[in-house]
Design a protein around this ligand. Structure first.
Ligand SMILES: [Zn+2]
Length: 81
């Protein structure tokens, strides 16, 4: 899954691109393009809001949304030592 927003990277299509133009196995195209984050200033709380808003728009069940939001702090981009 994307190590920034948590969406599954199950197709090449959804993967972001690295600086060298190759596909990233860590980040999706919505978060990461050409080796940089699209929203470099986004913090974890903002990402939680974004994920929640988008999933609500898709009318996903509350527990699915909660689970997705709870995963975020464990992702590479947000993990703190
Ligand atoms: Zn992402």
């Amino acid at each position: 899954m994307c190590q920034s927003c948590g969406i599954p990277l199950d197709t090449e299509e959804v993967k972001g691109t690295k600086e060298n133009g190759l596909k990233s196995d860590e980040y999706c195209k919505y978060c990461y393009e050409n080796g940089v984050f699209k929203n470099p200033k986004t913090n974890l709380d903002e990402m939680k809001d974004t994920v929640e808003t988008q999933m609500k728009r898709l009318k996903l069940p509350h527990y699915v949304i909660q689970k997705a939001v709870n995963i975020l702090p464990a992702l590479k981009r947000w993990k703190t030592k």
